[in-house]
Design a protein. Structure first.
Length: 246
């Protein structure tokens, strides 16, 4: 971990242990410790970051809680080898098909379903009048029992009444759409950003504070080009990587 990766910002509003956990996580993802298979000793990390060993220990404990590292008596802090799932983003993006053979079992869980007025932004994205309503689904996706993503999705309420029930029964947006008369849909746009996990995402994705999320904001439309779904999905960055397909 050289250069700016060892710089921590004091009085930045972000705890030092969290900053260090972020940098160690990034170094692991970049393969910097592949030769040894373990993180440098606490005393070495404390020297590199200019902090005491207790702060480093807190960072490593957070990473252990995420399942990224584990302490082995007499050996050190070992890196847990858990390959990321590859999630393709294309014109026909589907969670179950995208994960495909990478997992023995996928699961979609309905956390909540509500009907609410469309905000100005949602009305614009979904092509609705300001007074129209949308159905909001909060969902959780798992692969082989491990939480992968948490999403908030909105659908035109008049066209897709009952989609909450349909998703709850099937665990699939594609199957839910089909049960309501929409046999196909395509991805119109996908925006990708990154952020720290907090609130419900920490709990439902079973992450520790400071964990990084990859966030997609996506719009799907029917074959005629009419918007049918706008979604904000948060993926655990240490569990998923994206492949953008033409």
């Amino acid at each position: 971990m050289a250069g700016n990766s060892t710089v921590v910002q004091r009085q930045s509003g972000v705890a030092l242990w969290r900053q260090i956990a972020d940098r160690i996580r990034a170094s692991i993802a970049a393969g910097e410790f592949d030769e040894t298979g373990r993180v440098p000793p606490e005393i070495m990390l404390a020297t590199q970051f200019g902090v005491n060993r207790h702060t480093v220990r807190s960072a490593l404990a957070a990473l252990a809680q995420e399942g990224i590292v584990r302490a082995v008596q007499g050996v050190g802090t070992m890196i847990e080898r858990k390959d990321r799932l590859n999630f393709p983003i294309s014109r026909r993006t589907r969670f179950n098909e995208g994960i495909g053979a990478q997992a023995l079992e996928t699961e979609g869980i309905l956390l909540s379903s509500t009907v609410e007025p469309a905000s100005d932004e949602l009305a614009r994205r979904l092509g609705l009048a300001p007074e129209e309503t949308v159905i909001r689904l909060e969902t959780l996706r798992k692969a082989d029992g491990r939480a992968v993503s948490r999403a908030t999705a909105w659908f035109p309420a008049e066209r897709f009444a009952g989609i909450g029930r349909a998703y709850g029964e099937s665990g699939s947006i594609t199957v839910a759409f089909r049960s309501l008369g929409l046999d196909d849909y395509v991805r119109v746009t996908t925006e990708v950003t990154a952020t720290h996990a907090d609130g419900d995402d920490l709990r439902d994705l079973e992450l520790s504070p400071g964990a990084i999320l990859l966030v997609t904001r996506s719009l799907n439309a029917d074959p005629a080009g009419v918007p049918v779904q706008y979604a904000v999905s948060r993926f655990a960055a240490d569990r998923v990587q994206f492949t953008i397909e033409n």
